[in-house]
Structure formats: C-alpha cells, structure tokens
Design a binder for this molecule. Structure first.
Ligand code: ARG
Length: 459
C-alpha cells in the first residue's frame, strides 16, 4: 500500500529492494534523542507564534516524551517501511496522540530536520572527543611527571640522534593532542548554527521564529541561508578532518609503542591489561591494543574521504546521497573514541624500562653534537670545523668499536691537540640532556616546568 506520509500522490508502495536501499532507520535511529529534541523545540515555537494551538503543542510535547521513553527502554517498534527516524517518530506520535501529530510538520521538512538532528549529534561528539583527549593528556602527563629525567634516545630517521628525556617525549604528544582539542573546539563553534526552519530549501511562509528554536537547541543563531542550511555537511566533514588528524597522532604513538615494546627495544612493558598472549608461543606478549589503534585509524581516514566524495558532486540543495553521511560519521566517531580511551589506558598503565632507555640513549654516538658544541664553546672553533673534528672522532671510535666516552684523551688530542679532560663531562647522556635548557628543549628542568604548566591548565 502507498506510504502514509506521501500516499496522496502514490497509488502503490515501493519495491522491496527499493525499501532496502532507501531506508536509513537501521542506522539513523541513533539520532532519536536529537530528533525528538528538535521536534519539541519546533512544536513549542509553533505554539508561541500562534501557528498551532497550545493544546496541540502540549499533546505533541507529551507524546514525544512517551516516544523517547519507548525508544530508551527498547520498546519502540522501528519500521523499515517508515524509512527513517523522522517518519518513525512522527508515525508513532500519530498512533499515540492522533490528529495534532499531523500539525508538527508545519513549516518544516525532513531536510532541515535531518540537518538539525545530525548537527546536534556531531556537536555532542566534539564534546566527547574533547573529554577523551583531555583524559589521554592526563595519562601522558602522568608519564611525563614520573620520567622528567629518564634519559632515552631521541630519533631522526629512526636512527639514534641525541639523548632526550622520557618526559619530553610524552609532552610532545601532549602538545599534539592539545592542538587536536582546539580543532574540535573550533569546528564546534563554527557548526553551532541552526538549520531548523530552512524547511525544504526555500524557507516558509509561516511566521516561524528561528531564533527561538535555535536558542532552545543551544545554537548560537539560525543559519542565514535556507539553501545552504539544508545542503551543508561541512560540520560533519570538519569533525572528521579533526578526527583524522587526531587519529594520525594516535597512530604515530601506537606505532612507537609497538616498536618500544619489542624485545629489540625493550623501552616499555605494556600492562597485562592491554596485552595479549599467543596460543602457541608461551613467551609472547603482544601489544594488540596499540596495533588495533594503528589499524582503526584507516577507518577514520576512509570515512572522511567517503563523505568528501559523496558531497563533491552534489548540486544544491538536498540530494538523497546525503543520507550516506551518517554511517561514515558514526563509524569514525565510535572508533575515534574507542581508540582514545584505549590509548589513555595503555599509556597510564605502561612501565618504562629506565635502565634500558638510558643504555640505548648512549648508543649510536648520541652525544656527538655535545662534543661539537664543546669544541665551539671551549676552544672557539667555528661550528663547521667542530663538526669535522667530531666526525673524525666518531670514525675513530667506530674503528675501535667503542663509544665516544671510551676514547682516551690521547685519542682525542690526536685529532685536535687543544682538547682537554673536561670534554668527557659533556659526553655523558645525563649531562647532555641537562644542558638542553633552551626554550622548548629537553632538559629535565624544562620538562618539570612544562608538566606543571600543563597540569595547571587542565585543572
Ligand atoms: N533519511 C534522510 C536522510 O538521512 C532524511 C531526509 C530525507 N529527505 C528527503 N527529502 N528525502 O538524509
């Protein structure tokens, strides 16, 4: 039989396959609470402007509360024939309250309705991402505080470069995740305008009050152009762009944890809570959570690209293509929040292997730059010459299969006669990191100050 919403124009109902491709209720039921909030705001406004009676508005309000509680308690009879959450809610409202339900859709369309529902949902996800990022930052700060002066190798090209502190490395991620928070906050601010009242695309002849509904739903103001209001999905794309950058950061950290927990590195021991064993190899302790985070990032990037691709070919205004926005964003948001929570737990519970970090820090001639700097500072060599002298000393140590501090003073002086015993002070990794006191540098003193400042900022 023909659809109850538009049956006036139709003699027959849809093909079963049409119903399958067309229906979104399987996923957009996640927008139920937002849909009901939007309808409540709309109904209250219709009454305030005299478009419907107060009695009808009250019946609608009570009916919507019943619908919401049916949905929350799992008693709601979702129907694929009713296509989507908007029509499911309205049809149920009609069952419950009869005729006034038919007045709810005055001056409104599913086009502005879905736009408002989805915006509200994405706005909540920005808040959830913000809270999850803050929790992760707290985990990293815990590690930074514990290990402000633990020395580890800093890498470029994954080759040992210079000694750094564990705390400094943790704080590098704190900086990244703080930028991520600001991206979500920025996107949230921009998305916080209301499409409700744009109606199908052109606005409406009813004397609606869009400021009133915008305010009731926590938006800063109504969107200014009705065509843009129903055609725009920038808010979802901005959310996924911010999510993608966050995900990229998570993946880099996950990659480091996978490398660091290997037997070759032994920089960290992941907690039992975040590891798995092997069914055949009894010795195994696998960093599965880190690997899964690294892998899930692909879904988030994929969702972002998928929605960009859906949107790029659409003429104004609404096209049914846009129904494909929701699953992408739901999946990206779910996996982002899961990955953030897993990372926060893993980081909080992991244990640095301090002796192993320090031993690794001393390998690979990691204090060669300190030696060159010493030649500049103490002997007045131009840096380029100091670099050359140090390069020769590294070659000598390599030939002797030893590290720089193991060369004798005579060895040193054979390359540059003015080198003194004092040079050995700068070849130790602890002295090396302690000397990096320039702003933003790796010294334990800097790390302590930065950690304290961050903890203060997050309080
Ligand atoms: N289920 C639709 C969506 O998710 C709701 C809007 C439908 N509007 C329309 N004109 N068919 O996009």
């Amino acid at each position: 039989s023909a659809n109850t919403m538009w049956g006036g124009r139709f003699a027959a109902g849809p093909d079963a396959i049409m119903e399958a491709i067309n229906a979104s209720i399987g996923f957009d039921q996640r927008l139920a609470a937002q849909d009901i909030a939007g309808s409540r705001a709309h109904a209250a406004m219709l009454a305030a402007t005299g478009i419907i009676t107060d009695n009808d508005a009250e019946a609608i309000r009570e009916g919507l509360l019943t619908v919401l509680s049916e949905i929350e308690t799992g008693k709601f009879p979702f129907s694929t024939a009713l296509e989507d959450i908007h029509m499911n809610v309205e049809a149920r409202l009609k069952d419950l309250i009869g005729e006034p339900a038919g007045r709810l859709h005055t001056g409104r369309s599913r086009n502005d309705q879905v736009a408002v529902d989805f915006r509200l949902w994405v706005r909540d996800q920005c808040d959830a991402a913000d809270a999850a990022l803050e929790a992760l930052m707290q985990s990293l700060l815990g590690q930074a505080e514990a290990g402000a002066d633990w020395v580890m190798p800093g890498f470029t090209h994954l080759q040992v470069a210079q000694p750094v502190t564990w705390g400094h490395h943790m704080l590098a991620y704190v900086e990244m995740f703080a930028r991520d928070r600001s991206r979500f906050a920025d996107a949230r601010k921009r998305m916080n305008t209301s499409p409700l009242g744009a109606a199908a695309l052109a606005g409406t002849s009813f004397p609606i009050d869009r400021d009133m509904t915008a305010k009731a739903l926590g938006f800063d103001r109504p969107m200014s152009n009705s065509l843009d209001a129903v055609a725009d999905r920038d808010f979802a794309l901005e959310f996924m762009a911010a999510a993608s950058i966050t995900a990229m950061h998570l993946s880099r950290l996950a990659e480091e944890l996978v490398i660091w927990s290997s037997a070759q590195f032994r920089f960290v021991k992941m907690s039992d809570k975040w590891s798995t064993g092997s069914s055949i190899m009894p010795q195994k302790r696998n960093p599965d959570a880190a690997e899964l985070i690294r892998a899930k990032i692909g879904r988030i990037f994929g969702a972002n690209v998928a929605l960009m691709t859906v949107m790029k070919g659409l003429p104004l205004t609404y096209s049914k293509d846009m129904q494909e926005d929701k699953e992408q964003v739901f999946d990206a948001a779910d996996h982002l929040l899961l990955a953030l929570a897993a990372m926060a737990g893993m980081v909080a519970d992991m244990e640095a292997n301090v002796p192993s970090l320090e031993a690794a820090a001393a390998t690979g001639f990691s204090t060669a730059t300190d030696l060159a700097d010493w030649l500049v500072r103490e002997l007045g060599l131009p840096f380029r010459d100091a670099h050359h002298v140090t390069g020769s000393l590294v070659a000598m140590a390599e030939a002797k299969s030893c590290d720089l501090p193991e060369l004798s003073l005579a060895d040193m002086q054979s390359v540059h006669q003015d080198i003194t015993q004092a040079v050995f002070d700068v070849l130790g990794v602890k002295n090396s990191v302690a000397s990096r006191t320039s702003f933003g540098g790796t010294s334990p003193a800097n790390v302590r100050a930065q950690t304290a400042a961050w903890k203060d900022a997050l309080k």
